[in-house]
Design a protein. Structure first.
Length: 276
């Protein structure tokens, strides 16, 4: 079960030694850079870099299979909906239309539309691996102390730390409720049909929400009894200062954002047009 939980898991390597604040800045800046531009060359480069970092972190597929399955399903649905509502949007963007397959009504398949949809898929490969890397290689306590060092209020930093810390707990609670439902005869495995599995999982949401609210109330009461927030400053049990490797990572993130903006200027817009 632990292998299916998305959250911090101890490991070895340079990614685990980096400060949580630098990894967060890297994730945000690179994500903004990828969302800003539709330059295919840049997106492919970042996608390959994200996959390489994912490989270096030695994260096993079993650890992220559930989340990746959800991401793939959402990405496919997104691509389908974009095509259904705007089957010639790519043609308008790139200013030409190269017919590959004649469809029914307006639903023709053109090179430009496929190229545009390919760029949308690349954006998932740019950001999702980085998000998973951040969650699975960042110690919540060290991350909170790093945010506090950057000038963020320790109350907000601690709130972010609690969010990261309880992501695996909420997931574990979900699986516990799911096993309880299956013990009562509700089939939620792959043996049942898709509609039945969706209905069964929706029934888990209500007890999961109430258990999460109870957990929040317990933590809030414990913090209040310990007079959390009384002082303007606080010390940290796990404190990690910014090192040279963190500075290099932040510089790389800023460089990626600069390259993205430069490509927008070079391409006279957000889209790279190979047909010009």
């Amino acid at each position: 079960m632990a292998n299916q939980l998305i959250g911090y898991q101890e490991g070895y390597g340079f990614l685990y030694r980096l400060s949580g604040a630098s990894k967060l800045l890297f994730f945000i800046l690179v994500s903004v850079a990828c969302m800003t531009t539709y330059d295919t060359r840049f997106l492919i480069l970042v996608s390959l870099g994200s996959l390489v970092l994912f490989r270096l972190a030695k994260i096993k597929w079993q650890q992220v299979s559930f989340v990746m399955t959800l991401v793939v399903v959402f990405a496919v649905l997104n691509i389908i909906m974009v095509y259904l509502f705007a089957p010639h949007y790519g043609d308008k963007i790139y200013g030409s239309s190269s017919l590959l397959l004649k469809g029914i009504g307006p639903y023709d398949v053109t090179s430009q539309e496929l190229f545009y949809l390919f760029n949308l898929i690349l954006k998932y490969f740019c950001t999702v691996p980085l998000a998973l890397l951040f969650l699975m290689t960042t110690n919540p306590s060290q991350f909170a102390s790093s945010l506090n060092q950057l000038g963020l209020s320790y109350k907000i930093a601690y709130a972010v730390s609690l969010t990261l810390r309880y992501i695996p707990d909420v997931q574990e609670e979900f699986y516990t409720i799911r096993r309880a439902q299956e013990a009562r005869g509700i089939e939620l495995s792959k043996k049942s049909n898709l509609v039945a599995r969706i209905k069964g999982n929706l029934q888990i949401v209500t007890p999961l929400i109430f258990s999460s609210l109870e957990r929040i109330d317990t933590v809030a009461t414990a913090m209040e009894l310990r007079r959390f927030g009384k002082n303007k400053r606080r010390t940290w049990y796990s404190k990690q200062s910014l090192e040279k490797s963190d500075i290099v990572l932040i510089i790389l993130a800023l460089a990626s954002l600069f390259v993205s903006l430069y490509l927008i200027h070079l391409n006279h817009g957000r889209f790279y047009n190979p047909w010009q």
